[in-house]
Design a binder for this molecule. Sequence first.
Ligand code: NDP
Length: 286
Amino acid sequence: MAANYKEELVGVFGHPVAENPTCVMQNAAFAAAGLNWRYLTIEVRPEQLPAAINGLRGMNFRGINCTIPHKVAVMSLLDEARPDAAMIGAVNTVRVDGRGRLIGENTDGKGFLRGIREDAGMDPAGKSVVILGAGGASRAIAVELALAGVRQIRIANRSVERGQAMVGDLVNRTKVNAELVPLVGRYRVGKDVDILINATSIGLYPDVEARPEVQLEEARGNLLVADAIPNPPDTRLLQECRQRGFKTLNGLAMLVYQGAIGFEMWTGQKADEGAMKAALGKAFGI
Ligand code: NDP
């Protein structure tokens, strides 16, 4: 049999990128599938992004993830963005189609949605949702929840300007019933809320003692509380909500599923999510 030493390449562009753990789970999935693929963690400064994208074309990469600060800037460098990525206004996954064109996708919100459905066992259709934060993660989650048929989305954000811009885009692009609540002091979670989501960076490593200010006395008993933060997986918010008897979903679900969806877009094969979770768990020491 002739030897084949060629590796198919994918990876992530970010700045700074050193702490991004995605290579651990993607390389575990490639090994589990017996694929000779390699996921590279690549430092790309903002001014280098156009050259880096051309590099993908020149070296026949099979795809790339984009993380902070490239998710918006990359859009103008691609051949096409899929409709939901365009609605979100950001791309986290680039795949190469059959004609060699670079296609922008966003798997963040899709990964979150899969966690809600599969891990928390909830169908979001018809539900009332509060999302804390109006950054990239919040936008991706809100668009996919809107497309999944939620009844209402309230965005609670510290910066009113940023929150208003997000709600305006969301209503214009998805027609969902959405409103902004300025995040001042404690956010009171009312009886009508089915899902509370933290999509801020409050509580993200290394600021692990921080938690968003929420008041839960009036919340319904079957409230689902989800945190987008993957590190630490068990945030202060989730710990306290669990102690109060609420159901919780951590940010590792979103991280693994968005990666698994990306794996499937690149390889055309189902990802071994068990292998991905195990590899990440080892990396996070859990
Ligand atoms: P952005 O920087 O785009 O947005 C951050 C958001 O957090 C903004 O709404 C900001 O409010 C808010 N915020 C930050 N600090 C405070 C504070 N002290 N008080 C009130 N609000 C605050 O980040 P991303 O949207 O990209 O990421 C948000 C979170 O989602 C991060 O923790 C990230 O790790 C996580 N994430 C998880 C993923 C996963 O796969 N699990 C994927 C992507 C992100 P303001 O507008 O007022 O500044």
